[in-house]
Write a protein that binds this ligand. Structure first.
Ligand code: GDD
Ligand code: MG
Length: 360
């Protein structure tokens, strides 16, 4: 038996308004919550029991996943009364773990989409005799992540979370948010108070000479924290760039689930996802976007790189590029919204064309 812990308690503020009602890991990425993609991939790698470390909107998870039997795993919940941070959440789930002190426990940030070899990481953890193994990847701009330089033998040399200056960026190798912990290390994290695994636990473990090793995997990786990343993740799943056994259909230029209606002369491409009950009108063009259940794209509208929330309506001839439209919001005909615009639930933009400046 291998156990996994998913950290799913964050608020996902950068994805508002979509996260006003739905916690980030439960937002549909290509129609399925990120958490479901992660459970499916972990299961493929041999995980049989999953503990969800929840905080923000905890009930949304249990209503969807239940006891996990529908997803082929045993699922348990460890809700926090107050957010305990990443390390605090890992410590908090300890009471729900059944693994022995020297068994591996897989821990995943709840907002990452990855194609990395999870079984391979577990295997390497055993081979290294590591206390913690960290999945690492390379990115162009590492400043928004945890920097993790390693020695040639894979040993982690340092853990520097979100460096303040460019000079501190001595590597482009970052923490990709999937760890294998020796169970006993989890029990040593202080209980009952917020702890950051990145700012506190990892630096302390390194200082006391614990064995932390890097598992560098060049496979697909994405943090779904921002609207642009979220849209990219959805498109990459549909295009087949990001592998997931939970994708609700076949990979291709677009994935239209049964019950959605797309006009014969509408054009969908770039990994567009069309959810149940959504409609796309005549002559509309939708590129690399995610249309949630019941979204309406009227005739002749052009939607690129955008997320259209549940039941939201985009009027005829409107043009949207890099926009987040909240659930049930309405964008009137002819509006033009550019990168960074967000339309809140319940808001209706009239038929005068408006432009929004970018906030990203
Ligand atoms: N249960 C619980 N409680 N979960 C939490 C809490 C909490 O208080 N705070 C955050 N989380 C969860 C979030 O839901 C998310 O899935 C994960 O922990 C990481 O939090 P983010 O807020 O997404 O962190 P980040 O993206 O800025 O940085 C983290 O991920 C990067 C890779 O994606 C760090 O681990 C970085 O080092 C890493 O590079
Ligand atoms: Mg994140």
């Amino acid at each position: 038996m291998v156990e996994a812990v998913l950290l799913v308690g964050g608020k996902g503020s950068r994805l508002r308004p979509l996260t006003v009602t739905t916690p980030k890991p439960m937002l549909p990425v290509a129609g399925v919550p990120c958490t479901e993609h992660q459970i499916a991939r972990a299961r493929e790698a041999g995980v049989t029991r999953v503990v969800l470390g929840t905080s923000y909107k905890a009930e949304v998870f249990s209503e969807y996943f239940g006891d996990g039997s529908r997803f082929g795993v045993e699922l348990v919940y460890a809700p926090e009364d107050v957010p305990l941070g990443t390390g605090g959440a890992i410590r908090h789930v300890a009471e729900h773990l059944q693994s022995g002190p020297d068994d591996p426990v897989l821990v995943l940030n709840g907002d990452i989409l990855s194609g990395h070899d999870i079984a391979g990481q577990l295997k390497q953890w055993y081979a290294d005799g590591a206390d913690v193994s960290l999945y690492l990847t390379r990115v162009e701009d590492p400043r928004a992540y945890g920097l993790v330089p390693t020695a040639p033998d894979g040993r982690v040399l340092e853990f520097l979370e979100k460096p303040e200056s460019l000079e501190q960026c001595t590597t482009d190798q970052i923490n990709a948010g999937c760890y294998v912990f020796r169970r006993s290390i989890i029990d040593e994290i202080p209980a009952g108070r917020p702890v950051s695994v990145e700012r506190e636990t990892f630096p302390e473990l390194l200082a006391r000479g614990a064995r932390l090793t890097g598992f560098v995997d060049p496979g697909y990786w994405l943090d779904l924290g921002t609207p642009l990343a979220f849209v990219k993740g959805s498109s990459d799943l549909v295009l087949g760039h990001a592998p997931s056994p939970a994708l609700p259909g076949r990979v291709g230029e677009a994935l239209v689930v049964p019950g959605a209606e797309v006009a014969w002369d509408a054009h969908l491409s770039g990994g567009t996802f069309v959810g149940a009950g959504a409609t796309v009108g005549s002559g509309a063009i939708v590129v690399g976007s995610a249309l949630f259940d019941g979204a309406v794209i009227a005739a002749g509208a052009v939607v690129r790189g955008s997320v259209i929330g549940r039941g939201a309506i985009i009027g005829s001839g409107a043009v949207l590029d890099g926009v987040v439209v909240g659930d049930r919001a309405v964008v009137g005909p002819g509006n033009e919204l550019t990168r960074g615009a967000r339309v809140w639930p319940g808001v209706a933009l009239g038929d005068t064309a408006v432009r929004f400046s970018s906030d990203r």
